[in-house]
Design a protein around this ligand. Structure first.
Ligand code: CA
Length: 236
């Protein structure tokens, strides 16, 4: 999917139509804030530099904290400093407005050729160096033996994946702290493996299903709106 972040609807519609005609699936957003929810699924981002609220430069920096997805930035013609700033913020290429659609399509194709193949869902950590070996996590009615990954869960006795164990251990060892998705990605997955913020959310949903008395209203694995997650080991 190509994510188009552009507040000018005429431009956004034109880009979308042309990309769709070229065979791409397209998602358009008129603000960077709205686009953040879609970056994990994007194979390329067409990003207007001037946006209301969070601008294109800031958005590119946020994306670059966790993702290598190619970014094509749209800038006003003649803004050399803006183009340099865009590239510095993490854009891979830029196109000055007004641009010709064939040029946009050519640049999109070129960026996609250069991009590494989409990273698969992170593989489990190699068994050589699991953190927390031999430890046991206990809270509420739940028990997780980290050496065998055997867990007492809502669904009975389950064998967790190494990533599920490491994520739970990270939450458990940082109980009460505000943990951003970036913190979690860096510490549990490692930034070299290119997971996405959405990966964290999916794993949190899985942990809640296993380790929350009511997964729909979490008591332990709390969402901190706009910031990340916090693990409350001892809820009131
Ligand atoms: Ca704009």
């Amino acid at each position: 999917m190509i994510l188009v972040v552009e507040d000018e609807e005429l431009v956004a519609d034109m880009v979308r139509l042309n990309l769709e005609h070229a065979g791409f699936a397209v998602e358009t957003c008129t603000t960077a804030e709205a686009a953040l929810a879609h970056i994990g699924a994007a194979e390329l981002i067409v990003l207007d530099r001037m946006l209301p609220g969070m601008d294109g430069l800031e958005f590119a920096r946020v994306v670059r904290r966790t993702l290598t997805v190619p970014i094509l930035m749209l800038t006003a013609r003649g803004e050399v400093a803006a183009r340099v700033a865009g590239l510095d913020a993490g854009a891979d290429d830029y196109l000055a407005k007004p641009f010709a659609m064939p040029e946009l399509l050519a640049r999109v194709r070129a960026l996609l050729r250069r991009a590494p193949a989409a990273a698969p869902e992170p593989a489990p950590k190699p068994p050589a160096a699991p953190r927390g070996s031999g430890r046991t996590i206990r809270f509420d009615r739940y028990v997780v033996h980290l050496d065998t990954r055997e867990a007492t869960t809502n669904e009975g006795t389950e064998i967790l994946t190494e990533t599920e164990c490491q994520l739970l251990l990270y939450f458990y060892d940082h109980a009460g702290e505000m943990l951003s998705r970036t913190d979690i990605l860096e510490n549990v997955w490692g930034m070299d493996r290119f997971p996405t913020a959405r990966t964290v959310d999916n794993y949190v949903l899985r942990l809640r299903k296993l380790f929350e008395p009511d997964p729909e209203s979490p008591r332990y694995l709390i969402t901190v709106r706009g910031r990340g997650y916090s693990f409350r080991i001892d809820p009131a």
